[in-house]
Structure formats: structure tokens, C-alpha cells
Write a protein that binds this ligand. Sequence first.
Ligand SMILES: Nc1ncnc2c1ncn2[C@@H]1O[C@H](COP(=O)(O)OP(=O)(O)OP(=O)(O)O)[C@@H](O)[C@H]1O
Ligand SMILES: [Mg+2]
Length: 620
Amino acid sequence: MLEVRHITLTLEHDRETRTLLDDVTFTVSPGHLLAIVGPSGCGKTTLMKVIAGLKEEDEGEIRWQGRDLAEEGDLHPSELGYVPQFSIAHELLTVEECIESAVALRTQLPDDEAVDALITKTLQQTGLTPLVDRPVKVLSGGQKRRLGLALELVTDPALLLCDEVTSGLDPKSEKEITHLLHELSRNNPQRIIINVTHSLTNLQLYDTILVLHEGRVVYHGPPRALQHYFSVEQAEDVYPKLARRSAERWGDSWKRHRDSYYATYGLAAVDPADAEIREPGREKLPSSMSADEEDDLEEDEVAALEVKSQSKRGKKEEEKPKKKQHEHDIAEEYEVPSFLSQTRELLSRRWLIFKRDKAQMWLQLAMIFGFPLLVVIFGFDGVPQVRTLSQRQNSNLITEAKEQSDYLTSLLKAGSLVSGLILMQVVLVTLMASNNAAREIAGERDILERERLGGLRPSSYVASKVLFLGTFVTAQSLWMGLFVEMLCPGVPGNLFIKLALLFMASAAMTSICLGISGIMRSPEKSTILCIYLVGFQLPLSGAVLALPKSLEPIFQPFIAAFWSWSGSLYTMKDTAFYEAVKKVTASTLESPSLALFVLSIHVTIGLVMAYVGTKRSQWD
Ligand SMILES: Nc1ncnc2c1ncn2[C@@H]1O[C@H](COP(=O)(O)OP(=O)(O)OP(=O)(O)O)[C@@H](O)[C@H]1O
Ligand SMILES: [Mg+2]
């Protein structure tokens, strides 16, 4: 039993208080298919989100199987299925892969046979069996809605909330999906299905219809009584009729008639305290109306009389055996899988999607191999001279003043080349890093929201991203460092430390961009912010032009490129280049250990941002 009692939700917008839901009260019995209908913007989606626990009500309570959800905790992820307004699944996966993934993330089935059986059952239930191998991106609107339902059905939820899964389809598909919902409500006697729609066709397939108007319930009863209540010829005329009176008056009118309708049609009372007077068939029809409502008398009276004429049928419904209710115990197989199982599933799914995304794969390959080549082009001529210089210095042959002066000039040139080469490597590595992570979470935010509601752990999600992106960080930074070293050997400094600093620069930028991607709502905004972040690395590193001394402590802590570049140059401390490099940079160079420490703080901040952003609900 789902009891929604006196739910009110207001929103402050531009210093105005808007009431999105106003004293919404209704009860739904197990085995029931309910349609919530109403004009666009009347609060249907808002109400579904309140029931799903995605939005918090200001007043009122929601009870599920006798449990007050606000006080005793939300529904278990396996009890609730929420199919959002726009179907969401990874476009590059096939229908079967999507369902497989939902099963892996949401259930703990004992063996592969059980998994296969559940996938087959879900495919059959939703009529998707012929489409198992079809990629999501080529599915039609109706097929996508079926998939959206299938993804929620894997835990056989007792409460299935569907937001507009029948809308925007051709009449045939709309009818098919409504039939499917009807079947699904019948094949589990404990299940309640609520479908939100603004369409008023196929209403006869629902057990009851709830009409919402400007956040108020203005009718809740069987579809056959809808026309009678509103005194209209056909259901489609209900909306124009609604426009003829204020929502407040419609709402008040319904409150007066509600009990008689519930009693007449054997529907569950909204409040157990009133159950006695609302017992089916015994209810007296509303007998009086206040004077200011007399202009409504005619239509209200017609409606009331119609109810009277329906009461016989209502009695029949009353005779139906009442469905037994019991606590929905969570079966072991529907317990949320472990951290490791979820991480493993997300990681293997991410790799599969990456392999299918040819454009992304080619871009990665082009960057991994192209960027180091770019660095080598600049270093190819200069680095051999650097090598010669360092040999000359070591051979102690600098005796004459002219030679000394030439040597110093060359040393300065070499210092500038070495500094530039290292900076170029660092900046290109951070550019690749931002490309790795800028869209990683924001690009699949809707899927994440759906899966998190289904029990996905934010920690598993972030861990899978760390492992996935970690591969790129390692490949990009190490290849950059080793390739340049192989083709332009002789750049001074400790290779091992330089590689570690490149790796950490990449990890820091990847992590911060992942954090941005977790916090931003749209992938576009996240990408732009990450691009700016990379764009500022070069000027703010102080490597090209020194920052004013007063600004250095403000900017430098945030510039990953500075720390990686600076730490790498510092490893040349024992060579003649160090002084030269210091002369050409004019920035204070920091030790590699401090650089690694600061970069690891960047990594930590990015991961915390990603975790917080993943955990925070960001439904539209
Ligand atoms: N976060 C929000 N900020 C401001 N207004 C909001 C917010 N969420 C919803 N609303 C407003 O609340 C009202 C109800 O929105 P809701 O999405 O519930 O409508 P709906 O009945 O589902 O409409 P539709 O049939 O078009 O999907 C709308 O006027 C909407 O603009
Ligand atoms: Mg909506």
C-alpha cells in the first residue's frame, strides 16, 4: 500500500513562493495501475520525485507498506523502480548489455544461470527479445521506453514509477506500452505501478486515474467515472473543463466528493481514521455545498448523481477478495552488490563503451603518439647541443675568456630549450588529461542518477573512474617522458623523478577535471571549465613570463604544470644547467618532493570533488 498524505511542496523563486504540490492526498493498493494525468506543468514529475525520495516535501508524509518513509528511511533500491521522463541508457551498448549491466549492478544472483534466466525473463516481459543485439542508439522511441522499463524490472520492484513512458509515441506504440504496464501490474500482485502522462487516451487500461491540476488533486477514481465527474463526453474534454475554474475550487470540490467516490468504487481510504465512514457502498453522497459554490452545483450534482448510478458496480468491486499485504522483505538476491562487484562491472562496461567509441579511441591514439612527436620536433636540433655542452663542461676545457663567453651564451640558450621542452611536455600532458576527464561524469549524469537510485555506490563509481582514467594517465605521461628521452637523449635531470612528476601532473589535472565533471550539471559547461583550466596552466605557471612576486603564492599552488615543470628543473641542481635555467625562468624553482606533495593534494581535491558531485543528487 502506498499512502500519500497531505503532501505540500513550495519553492522560492525570485522572492516569490510557488506552490508546486498542494495537499496532495491519495492511496494506492497493491496490484494497482494508477495514471497520474494533468496539463503540462501541473506537478506530475515533481510528485513522482517526491514519492521516489528525490525531492523532499515541505509537509505531509508518504507511507509505504505502513512505513513512514521520512522517518524510517527511503525505499530499498530493489523495492523502487523509477523510469524517468527521458529514457536513458548508454547509446553504444546493446539492449542485452544494458540489461546485463543493470542485473550486475543491482542484484546478487547466485550463479550465471540465474543471471541468464533473469535477463531472458526481463527481455520477454518487455517484448525486447527480438532486439537483444541492437545498439541503444538505433532504438525507436517506444523501444527505448521498453528498455527503460526493463532496466527497472530486474529487481522486480514493488513500486514502479514511470514518468511519461507512454508520451511522445505514435498511438500504436503508446497503446502497446500502456498494455505492457497493465500486464506488469498484473503479474506481481504486490506491485504498484504509477504512470505519469498528459495523454488522456487508453485510460481504460488503468485501475484508477488521478488528475492533478496546478499541484492539486482534482480527481482520483476509476477511468469510467472520470467523464461523469467532470460532466464531459470524452476524457479529452477534461483539460478544457479544468481551465473553467480555479485549481483551488476544483481541489475543494474533489475533497468534498472524494470519500463518496472511494466508497462507491471500493478504493482504499486516504486515512485509516476515516475508514469506517468510507467503507465501500455505505458512503452517503455529498449532501450540501456552501453558498459560494452554488455556481458549481449543476456539474457537481450531475457528477454526484452519476456516482450514485455507478454504485452497484462499485459494490461488485468491493466483493473482490482483498489482496493480502505484507512487509516487502528484501530477498538476498536483490541486496545491493558489493563495492568490488559494482566497481568491476562499471569498469568493464566503461572499457566496452570506450572500445566502441571509435572517434574517442582515435583521438586518444593521436594524442598519445602525436603530442610526444611534437615535443621531439622542437628538441631534435637543440638537444644534441645541450649534450655537447654538458660534455664540454665536464671535460674542464673552458679556459679562454671568449670560449667562456660563447659557452655561457650557449648555456643560456640550452637552459631555455630545456625549460621549454619540459614545460611543453607538462602542458601537453595536462591537455590530454583534461580531455580524458572533462565529460567523464557530466556526460552520463542522467544514467548515473538512475543507477544511483537503483543502489549504485558513489564510491564504486568514482573507483571505476580512477581505474579507467588511471590507465590513460599512466600511458600518456610515461610514453611522453620515455619517447622524448629516447629520441632526444641528453636532457639533464633525473629521468625517474621527471617521469614521476609528469605522471603526477597528468593525475592532478585528470582528477581535478573529473571533479569538475562531477560537480557540473552539463558536459558542455564542464568541458569549457576544463579547457580554461588547461589554458591558464601556461601563463600562470610563470615558466614563460614570471608572475609578479606578490601573485606567485596566490596562483602557483593551483597550477599543476608549474609544480611538475619546476620540480623537473630542480632535479638538474647538480649540473651547470640549473643556474642557466634559473636565469631564463626567473621563477623560484621548487623541490621535486614538494612538487609531488602539492600535486598529490590536487589529486585528492579532485577525487573528493568527484565523490561529492557523484553523491549529490542532480536530477533536473
Ligand atoms: N527546480 C525548479 N525550479 C523552479 N520551478 C520548478 C522546478 N521544478 C519544477 N518547477 C516548476 O514546477 C511546475 C511543475 O513541474 P513538473 O515538472 O512537475 O510538471 P509536469 O506536470 O511534470 O509537466 P510536464 O507534463 O510538462 O512534464 C512547473 O511549472 C515547473 O516549471
Ligand atoms: Mg513531467
